[in-house]
Structures are given as structure tokens and as C-alpha cells.
Design a protein around this ligand. Sequence first.
Ligand SMILES: *[C@@H]1O[C@H](CO)[C@@H](O)[C@H](O)[C@H]1NC(C)=O
Ligand SMILES: *[C@@H]1O[C@H](CO)[C@@H](O)[C@H](O)[C@H]1NC(C)=O
Ligand SMILES: *[C@@H]1O[C@H](CO)[C@@H](O)[C@H](O)[C@H]1NC(C)=O
Ligand SMILES: *[C@@H]1O[C@H](CO)[C@@H](O)[C@H](O)[C@H]1NC(C)=O
Ligand SMILES: *[C@@H]1O[C@H](CO)[C@@H](O)[C@H](O)[C@H]1NC(C)=O
Ligand SMILES: *[C@@H]1O[C@H](CO)[C@@H](O)[C@H](O)[C@H]1NC(C)=O
Ligand SMILES: *[C@@H]1O[C@H](CO)[C@@H](O)[C@H](O)[C@H]1NC(C)=O
Ligand SMILES: *[C@@H]1O[C@H](CO)[C@@H](O)[C@H](O)[C@H]1NC(C)=O
Ligand SMILES: *[C@@H]1O[C@H](CO)[C@@H](O)[C@H](O)[C@H]1NC(C)=O
Ligand SMILES: *[C@@H]1O[C@H](CO)[C@@H](O)[C@H](O)[C@H]1NC(C)=O
Ligand SMILES: *[C@@H]1O[C@H](CO)[C@@H](O)[C@H](O)[C@H]1NC(C)=O
Length: 593
Amino acid sequence: MLFGYILLSLASCALCNPWADPLPKPQSIDWLDEDVKLLDPNLSLVTNCTKNVVRNAFSRATDTIFSLRYYPATHQEDPEDYEPFPSGTASLKKRDDTPVTISTVELSVVDETADLQMGVDESYNLTVGDDKVSISAGTVWGALYAFTTLQQLVIYNATTGFYIEGAVDIVDYPLYEHRGVMIDSGRNYLYIDTILQNIEMMSLAKLNVLHWHLEDAQSWPIQMESLPEMQEDSYTSYQQYSPEMLDEVVTFAKGYGVRVIPELDMPGHSNAGWEKADPDAVACGKSWWSNDVYLKHTANEPPPGQLDIIYNGTYDLVEKVYNEVSSHFDDDVFHVGMDELQDNCYNFSSYVQDWFAENTTRTYNDLLQYWVDKALPIFLNDTLHPNRTLMAWEDVVISSPHASDLPKDKLILQSWNGASNLKNLTEAGYKVVVSNSDWLYLDCGYGGWVTNDPRYADVEANYAFNYGQGGSWCAPYKTWQRIYTFNFTSNLTESESSLIAGAEACLWSEQADSTVMIQKIWPRAAALSELVWSGNLDDTGMMRVSEMAPRILNFREYLVAQGFPASPLVPQYCLQHPHACDLYLNQTIFDAY
Ligand SMILES: *[C@@H]1O[C@H](CO)[C@@H](O)[C@H](O)[C@H]1NC(C)=O
Ligand SMILES: *[C@@H]1O[C@H](CO)[C@@H](O)[C@H](O)[C@H]1NC(C)=O
Ligand SMILES: *[C@@H]1O[C@H](CO)[C@@H](O)[C@H](O)[C@H]1NC(C)=O
Ligand SMILES: *[C@@H]1O[C@H](CO)[C@@H](O)[C@H](O)[C@H]1NC(C)=O
Ligand SMILES: *[C@@H]1O[C@H](CO)[C@@H](O)[C@H](O)[C@H]1NC(C)=O
Ligand SMILES: *[C@@H]1O[C@H](CO)[C@@H](O)[C@H](O)[C@H]1NC(C)=O
Ligand SMILES: *[C@@H]1O[C@H](CO)[C@@H](O)[C@H](O)[C@H]1NC(C)=O
Ligand SMILES: *[C@@H]1O[C@H](CO)[C@@H](O)[C@H](O)[C@H]1NC(C)=O
Ligand SMILES: *[C@@H]1O[C@H](CO)[C@@H](O)[C@H](O)[C@H]1NC(C)=O
Ligand SMILES: *[C@@H]1O[C@H](CO)[C@@H](O)[C@H](O)[C@H]1NC(C)=O
Ligand SMILES: *[C@@H]1O[C@H](CO)[C@@H](O)[C@H](O)[C@H]1NC(C)=O
């Protein structure tokens, strides 16, 4: 009976199953008629906005539309009566009169001066009428998103040319202000071209934060003017980021409405670079990283190394390094790590051991608090960034060891362990970015990187390993469905939920570099993008996974058509037979969940 009801309600829409299906789905998209609007390939922009970033984005969108000649690879259809896919053709709806042609996009931007910073207005409204496309946007950043939506509304048909399927009204704005992808160039170097490609894809999906974990204990790829010896710890002399390259990424990203939040992971995960600048600033860098042969575990990965928290020279070095790296990034937010501190590492520091001996009631929590008290004032005293807000991994509050006194108004915590931590952190009043590994770590499920792991031997003692996690600490692989169905606020009160700034999908790079980075991130990041832009529920409050399927499958084809090597998600059959690969045919396409 539910099915009958849905059919009835579908029957009342002007264009029930449009081929165009922008991702992320706008907050509201109303097709008003089925009268095709042709697009003049000489589409012009009429606007009172004076900013080049908008002109450039418009050229980008129209260049893509008119050179790509994209034809949707799949679309929404009722599962009961779909026809086989008409390859490469879409019939226009029958009309007696000649379709109208649109040759103008009218754009008004309310505040064209707003800088691209956390919380900037990204809303826009877009209307396709009979003679024009009208866009109104709060800021230029909203205008950029209007264009990526427009790009995804236009269809190309060889006979007819470029067209939009009917008049449409879109009202759109994001649910969350922080919508990110994290990349890691410390474990393996990432070439700039790959990073820029990733930024292009992010903007098509309306993701607005590139969190760049620049370095780690293994390598220091950043060229430093004040401390050139640090880059001796890059993997090779050509796997370094020059100041010009950092600036290029930031400038390019801004042109796409993407903020770049750099991360220097301190005081843990610190060896490469630091040890060249001042060997005393790094504790346990020469210890064996794990197992019990040499005194126990000093790191989760080789090589170990943590900044010496008691040695005074550490802070002189930290100030120099932070100020120089920070000067290349114009975002108000900077990520300072503070995760996975290993107590054992400081068995190798006489400074720390003397400090404990001086007052035997001191604990490792006190030690981390000492770091917070000395280092945060340095990070917050950034003359180029008077509005500096710091991001840090949740460990500094919730792991062992942890600090107890932190400036909540200046700190955003990134949650990556169990999702129950979201409750603990927001209950305690912290602003939080969600990236819990059980849902949002894109590196999970690819096995392990330990080179001689004996557990692969197929003996009974290893069955749990080989028939379970298989060496991936966060197995299994997170599918787009897993990501899309993450109800991360489900256990939070309204006021706790209001502290969630957004979410990030993270690709750690122990087993990723430029050769596979795009495939591992895309199109799965698009599932996160819709989740944090307009959510995962339809108008009736039902989970819209079935509806999302054709949208994300098409979005992947849209990326591939532009030359990006995004991974396939299904046999192509599933695109050519919309919803044929759903499992529950007796349910409507919208309520399988
Ligand atoms: C395209 O539009 C511009 C401005 O509206 C006009 O000057 C130009 O002649 C047009 N070009 C073509 C090929 O129609
Ligand atoms: C394009 O649209 C026309 C008119 O509806 C239709 O007859 C044709 O099959 C479509 N496809 C191609 C490739 O022209
Ligand atoms: C552009 O038009 C909008 C809407 O009328 C207005 O709010 C805005 O101030 C105008 N911007 C400029 C730069 O004139
Ligand atoms: C878009 O439309 C909504 C509702 O019609 C309105 O509240 C909002 O201010 C508009 N936004 C912009 C950027 O014009
Ligand atoms: C480190 O600095 C503090 C405060 O400036 C000072 O009291 C202490 O003696 C210094 N320690 C060393 C080892 O230099
Ligand atoms: C010793 O350390 C503890 C824990 O940090 C602190 O509460 C106490 O005041 C310290 N005692 C002295 C004499 O500094
Ligand atoms: C902040 O930085 C400025 C410029 O580097 C420096 O002069 C000043 O002493 C610093 N203030 C604090 C409180 O560290
Ligand atoms: C800092 O933030 C305030 C309030 O949002 C804003 O008015 C000011 O322009 C910002 N300053 C800088 C340098 O970004
Ligand atoms: C989170 O809060 C729960 C409930 O108060 C508590 O049992 C748990 O220990 C807390 N977890 C952490 C990591 O603090
Ligand atoms: C998420 O929440 C929705 C709405 O409350 C619910 O229908 C759905 O089952 C939940 N999904 C998961 C995976 O928990
Ligand atoms: C919410 O709480 C339930 C019950 O404790 C738990 O099973 C679930 O994993 C939690 N979900 C999230 C997203 O925290």
C-alpha cells in the first residue's frame, strides 16, 4: 500500500524522474514544468559582482558544460517499470512549440567582500525560467556552488544540443560549515597536481575544507627558509613543497571555494625535520619503535619520535617552524595534531625524567598539560592570523595521556575513535569535527603495511586475523553506503549537536600516494559531501540511500568524463538499469532503509 501511495505522490510532480540529479542534492529542488530550455553555447553572465573568482568559476562551469557535452550515465527511475538504458540518448519531452533558448545567467551577490573562512555564508538560490537562469547568492562562495549545480543540470543531446529538462527552483545551503577531506603527505609524498585535482573534485561536490596533514615522523617535505636543514628529511630532494607550491595550492583552492587547513602534528608524530633542526628537541627518535625487545612500544609506526616537552629549546624551534609554515596559509584555522602521545617515548628523555623526579606526583597528563600551556600561547600569538582558531585530534582531551585545561573557545577537536566520543566531547562543551574511523577513514580495509607480519601464516592461531581484520587496524573498507548512513548526531541532544562543525573523510597515506589517492578518495567522499550538505533523509524522514545510488553512480561517471580516475562502485549494468541492483524490489525506491 505504501508503494501505491508513493506512486500517487510521484504522479503529482512536474518532472518526476529528471535525468539531471546534482550531487550533493540541494536542500530543495522543485521541477516546475517539463518544458525543455535549450542553452545557448554562448551563455553569458550578467552580474553586479566585481570579483574575478566568480568570473573564473563561471568560465570553468561553462567550459565544462560546453566542451564535456555530458550526458547522464544513469538516473532516477521507478524500479518496477524501467526500460533498458538508451545508450547515449535522452529523448526530450514532447512539445508542440519550439523550446525556448536561454542565453543569460543573471547573478546577484549580496556581500561580495566576505572572505573564505569558517562559517562564511555559502547559500545560493538558482531558478531556471523561460528566458534565463537567475542566481542569488549570499557571497561569492555561494555563487561558486550555484555554478557547480548549474553544471550538473545541463544535459547534452547531439540532435538538440545543450538543455535543461524544465523550469526548476533551487534553494540551497549547507547543513554544516566544515565539510572536508584529509590528505597525508608525510607517510608518502603527494604531488601537487594530484592535490589540485582533488580540490577540483571537492568543489564539484561542495566540499569546502582540505585538511592537509603535511608531515609526519617519517618525512618532512616542507622547504623551510629559516631552517633549511629540516627538508633534508624529505624522502628525496624533488619530493618537497617549495613556498611557491604551498602558495599555489592555497590560491588554487580559494578559486574553487576550498579552504586549506594545514596540520603540523606535534608533539607526537615528530621526528623527521625536527631532529635535523635540533636533535635535543626530539625524544626517542633513535629507539626501536615497537615490540618488547628494546624497552617497549615507543610509537605506532616507525620511526618513533616526539617533541621533548620539557627541553626549553623545543619551544624556540616550535615557534620558528609554526610561524613560517603558518605564513603560507591564510585560513584562520590551523591544525596542531596532539594525537597518540606514547608515554614510553619519554623514557628516552633525561629532561622529562628529571622533571618527574623533581616532583613525584606528576603524571603524563601533567606532562601533556605542560605542552598545552607552553605551546598553545605560541600558536595563538600569530600576528598574521589574529583570528587564529586551533584544531587538534580529540586525544588531547580524551585519550591517555590527556590534558585537562584547554581553551574551548579557541579549539576545535577532531574525533576519530569510537563515535561515542562525540557525546563525551560535545557534552563537555567542545566544538567538534567528526571523522570517526569506523565510518570516515578511507584507508581502512586495504590490509596492513607491516612488512614481515607473521600473522598471515594460515595456522589456526591466526584465523581471527586472516578471516577478520587482515592487518588493517580499522577494517573493513568503508563503502559509500557506510559513509552515507552515518547518523553522527543520533545520540546527541540539540545543544550537543549544535557543537558539531561538520565532518571529514580522511585518507592516511601509509598505503597511498599520488598513484592511488584519487581512486581511494573518490567517489566515496561524495557520500560524505551529501551527508554534511543536505543530509541523508528524504522529505518524509526516510533514509534516502536508494535515491542516492543513481546520483553517486552518475557523479562518478561525471568525474571520469573529466579525466579523474575515480573508482567504479558497481558493474556498469547497474547504471544502465537504474535500481536493478537494489536488493528490495518490493519496497519503493525511497524506503529500503
Ligand atoms: C556571444 O555573446 C556576446 C555577449 O553577449 C556577444 O558579444 C558575442 O557576439 C556572442 N558571440 C556569438 C558567437 O554569438
Ligand atoms: C535527442 O533528442 C531527440 C528529440 O527528443 C531524440 O529524438 C533523440 O533520440 C535524442 N538523442 C540523440 C542522440 O539525438
Ligand atoms: C548586487 O545586488 C545585490 C542584490 O540587489 C545587492 O544586495 C548587492 O549589494 C549588489 N552588489 C554590489 C557589489 O553592488
Ligand atoms: C533563497 O530563498 C530563500 C527562501 O525563498 C530565502 O530565505 C533566502 O534568503 C534566499 N537566499 C539567497 C542567497 O538569496
Ligand atoms: C627553561 O626555562 C625555564 C623558564 O624560562 C627556566 O626556569 C628553566 O631553568 C629552563 N630550563 C633549562 C633546562 O634551561
Ligand atoms: C607537584 O605536581 C603536582 C601535580 O602536577 C602539583 O599538584 C603540585 O603542586 C606539585 N608540587 C610542587 C611542590 O610543585
Ligand atoms: C607574540 O608575538 C610577538 C611577535 O612575534 C612577540 O613580540 C610577542 O612577545 C609575543 N607575545 C607573547 C605573549 O608571546
Ligand atoms: C577577525 O574576526 C572579526 C570578527 O569576525 C572580523 O571582523 C575581522 O575582520 C577578522 N580579522 C581578520 C584579520 O581576519
Ligand atoms: C564518555 O562518557 C561515558 C559516559 O559518561 C563514560 O563512561 C566514558 O568513560 C567516557 N569516555 C571517555 C573516553 O572519556
Ligand atoms: C539514521 O537515522 C534515520 C532517521 O532517524 C533512520 O531511519 C536510520 O535507520 C538511521 N540509520 C542508521 C544506519 O542508523
Ligand atoms: C548511539 O548509541 C547507540 C546505543 O548506545 C550505539 O549503539 C550507537 O553506536 C551510537 N551511535 C553513534 C553514532 O554514536
